[in-house]
Design a protein around this ligand. Structure first.
Ligand code: ZN
Ligand code: ZN
Ligand code: ZN
Length: 333
């Protein structure tokens, strides 16, 4: 019998197939392999082919937009939103609109085209996380912005248009609906119980351990109770923290370790899948709070979203999270 499960944070229901559970080998799709064909503007030596850099780490005396970097942040050459101008909020009868103001940046994670984030050394991943933090903190000073979303598309199937490993950042003049729902729901839970729902969830999951994939000193990777997608995984700080960008160095070092571990597990179990991850942190201006708990949501691209999902907002997940957690936990690294 399939199961309907409700996610306690978003209130979203999902359908979990429990009888004909799909195993990792049941998903047919291409592995992400780096081909290295053609010209790449993110490669070492091609720094002049991107818009001028905003931030670079690792330079030892070399000038901007030249080789010698380890992580580099540049504006997106084809931005979804424009950085210049005012929002100019307007109503057109019952319709609302504003100018498409925002920042759209690319975090180039390494100068080496052949490396994936999973294969980058831990210190390199830590630098990428620092770059996320530094750019978020900088953009939050811009009073037009209400939210800064970090995301990564890995592989063509997950929406990456360049294969050289990179993440993206979009600063938005509004708080996205997905985030607002999570934050508000967590706030209601806190109002009632005076506890963080994520902290409660982590405590319960660690106690039962059925859906735990891996953990280290400060972080835990788990399969959520009601995941939308097969092998969906959340990475959360074990103790309460409401903003990704408000942490000190050991936190990012610890996160780099568990993120690498999780990516290697996904590569091993799912044969180098395409994936997306996103960072959910508190909106600008409400960073310090007791109810929202920042986290990373990781979604390997194994299934397609189709009519039923579009029509209902229900997702059909062919792999129970207890199964996916077990496969990932037992991965041979
Ligand atoms: Zn490249
Ligand atoms: Zn918490
Ligand atoms: Zn979230």
């Amino acid at each position: 019998m399939p199961e309907l499960r409700k996610d306690p944070i978003t209130g979203r229901w999902v359908i979990i197939s429990t009888d004909r559970a799909k195993r990792p080998t049941d998903f047919s799709r291409d592995s992400v392999d780096i081909k290295g064909n053609g010209f790449c503007p993110f490669c070492y030596g091609n720094e002049s082919k991107t818009p001028p850099e905003i931030l670079a780490y690792g330079r030892n005396g070399s000038g901007p937009n030249t080789p010698g970097w380890s992580v580099r942040v540049v504006p997106n050459k084809f931005p979804a939103l424009g950085i210049e101008g005012e929002l100019d909020r307007q109503g057109e009868g019952l319709f609302d609109k504003m100018n498409g103001i925002g920042a759209h940046e690319v975090i180039i994670e390494t100068p080496d085209h052949r490396i994936t984030l999973a294969n980058l050394h831990e210190k390199g991943i830590e630098e990428v996380l620092w770059a996320y933090r530094e750019r978020m903190n900088d953009l939050k000073n811009d009073r037009r912005f209400r939210y800064v979303l970090i995301f990564k598309n890995h592989g063509e199937a997950a929406g990456a248009s360049l294969e050289h490993t990179h993440s993206q950042l979009i600063a938005l003049p509004i708080v996205p609906k997905r985030v607002r729902e999570e934050v508000d729901s967590a706030a209601r839970y806190f109002q009632e119980k005076e506890r963080c729902i994520f902290c409660d969830m982590i405590r319960q999951e660690l106690a039962t351990a059925d859906r735990i994939i891996a953990e280290n000193e400060r972080f835990v990777a788990l399969a959520p109770y009601a995941p939308r997608f097969p092998f969906e995984t959340w990475l959360l700080p074990k103790s309460h923290s409401s903003a990704f960008e408000n942490n000190d160095a050991p936190v990012y070092a610890n996160l780099a370790g568990l993120l690498k571990d999780l990516l290697l597990r996904l590569d091993a179990v799912l044969n180098r899948p395409a994936y997306n991850y996103i960072i959910h942190t508190s909106p600008v201006g409400e960073e310090i709070n007791e109810h929202y708990h920042w986290h990373i949501e990781m979604m390997p691209k194994l299934t397609k979203v189709a009519g039923f999902e579009w029509g209902t907002g229900f997702y059909i997940n062919p792999t129970p999270p207890e199964e996916s957690a077990r496969f990932l936990r037992e991965a041979q690294l």
